[in-house]
Design a protein around this ligand. Structure first.
Ligand code: SF4
Length: 453
């Protein structure tokens, strides 16, 4: 009897913009390895980044890159946003050709991302179902965890796996089989299969899950309710596994509460790295909590290859005032940036996140906060707020959008829509501000809300 065949699919994204900013479904990749070790025949299909040689996309030296895309019809709720709406990823024909050569699946698992990407997911399911109408489809990942009822109501979805896909999926398997290796596997350590992504020049690592803070706009505690640090030997194994891939010398650290470590985890990690001489550039897309930066931490970050440190302020919604960031926040950022400069980072390398689009925010708050940062040599980096359902500030913002747009589509959680329809500014004002600051920080990244009439 042949082994069961599982297809693991990373779906298309439909949005106004999407960029591979060190974005990989790490838990999903680890799940691949676990299923493979259990004897399943597993196929990984990445609809976003599997590209044909005919495509030439802009790629940074650190591995971040564009996705290929094509314009598609805009959903009604976005009709007033003068911007192209696109499907990101490979063409449907390329997908169909590629899967023709693969063994028919017994089960399809699909990972999901942002809540407002569900239309790309729907399209992915529909394409798979056209080929295999009777194969069951299971969803996991962020959207499936945050909006399980919505996900279950999508056509042709058999079930939704909420939370940690490994634990939940194993429970599902364990309940339908007596195989004891399943339970054993759950507790053993599996290295992500980076060989599945031959074109990648970066990898990602999580050394600690969960966060001890409860910022009112953030859903991390719903996605990772347990806080857990990986043992250093396990982290070492992961890094050394990555280094066996000659093309990968950039690693993005996915930890959520980086630096905000009552458990001193990040400091221990840096001490561990200091004893090694890994040829790695480290990136911290989730930012580093400004209040946690010590002289030792700054020095070790510089010494071990952390590039362009970006600072964050937790609970920032309380900290932005009409005159800018409050005194305490500015103190934290000023002290952190001073230590980073003393450790050897130079002008232009240090930035700080400012979240734009929170309820009750105004343009003046953002402008003044940004100017304060520039004054102390820190680049402001605007992050557009996507209101996450089930978080206090997300729910407030979603209510405002429902009233304004007379819709209750989950697409209201789209960050471009949320920022475009914000009562605190005219869209063009915010775009001009973002572009002005982004061009200083990252000259190649521009924002445009008016590429379509
Ligand atoms: S510190 Fe970061 S990860 Fe933690 S709750 Fe706040 S925003 Fe979320």
């Amino acid at each position: 009897m042949r082994n069961k065949v599982i297809w693991m699919v990373r779906p298309w994204i439909e949005d106004f913009s999407a960029y591979d900013h060190f974005a990989q479904p790490l838990g999903f990749l680890v799940l691949y390895r676990i299923l493979e070790s259990l004897g399943y025949q597993v196929f990984y299909i990445d609809l976003l980044t599997e590209i044909t040689s005919a495509l030439r996309l802009r790629k940074n030296s650190d591995g971040r890159s564009e996705y290929s895309s094509k314009c598609i019809d805009k959903p009604t709720v976005f009709k007033n946003i003068p911007r192209y709406f696109k499907r990101y990823g490979i063409d449907e024909e390329v997908f169909s050709e590629r899967v023709c050569a693969m063994t028919r699946p017994d089960t399809v698992l699909i990972t999901t991302g942002m809540t407002y990407w569900y239309t790309g997911l729907k399209q992915t399911i529909s394409c798979i179902k056209k080929m295999f109408p009777d194969v069951p489809v299971f969803l996991g990942g962020t959207y499936a965890t945050l909006c399980p009822q919505h996900a279950l109501a999508l056509p042709d979805v058999n079930d939704v796996i909420q939370g940690n896909p490994q634990v939940k999926f194993f429970k599902m398997l364990a309940s339908s089989t007596d195989d004891r290796t399943i339970v054993k596997n759950l507790h053993s350590h599996h290295l992500p299969p980076w060989q599945l992504l031959p074109q990648t020049t970066y990898a990602v690592i999580t050394t600690r899950f969960g966060c001890s803070n409860h910022c009112r706009y953030c859903a991390v505690n719903k996605i990772h309710p347990d806080r857990e640090s990986k043992p250093m030997e396990q982290i070492e194994q992961e890094i050394e596994h990555i280094l066996t891939f000659q093309t990968i010398r950039n690693i993005a650290l996915y930890d959520d509460d980086l630096g905000d470590d009552t458990h001193k985890h990040f400091s221990s990690f840096l001490k561990f790295l200091s004893q090694k001489d890994y040829p790695i550039k480290w990136h911290i897309p989730n930012a580093l909590f400004a209040g946690a930066v010590t002289e030792d931490m700054a020095y070790r970050m510089k010494q071990t290859g952390f590039v362009q440190p970006r600072l964050s302020l937790n609970y920032i919604d309380k900290r932005m005032t009409p005159t800018g960031l409050d005194k305490q926040s500015m103190n934290l950022i000023e002290k952190a940036s001073k230590k980073l400069y003393e450790a050897g980072y130079t002008e232009g390398q240090i930035s700080a996140y400012l979240i734009a689009g929170l309820p009750d925010q105004t343009l003046t708050m953002l402008v003044n906060s940004g100017l304060q940062l520039i004054d102390i040599g820190v680049k402001p980096y605007i992050s557009q707020f996507s209101p996450v359902p089930g978080t206090p500030l997300g729910d407030i913002r979603i209510r405002q959008l429902k009233e304004t747009l007379l819709s209750d589509d989950l697409l209201l959680t789209n960050k471009i829509l949320s920022v475009y329809c914000h009562p605190g500014w005219q869209p063009k004002e915010l775009v001009d501000l973002m572009n002005y600051w982004r061009n200083q920080c990252h000259p190649k990244e521009t924002c445009n809300y008016s590429d379509q009439n």
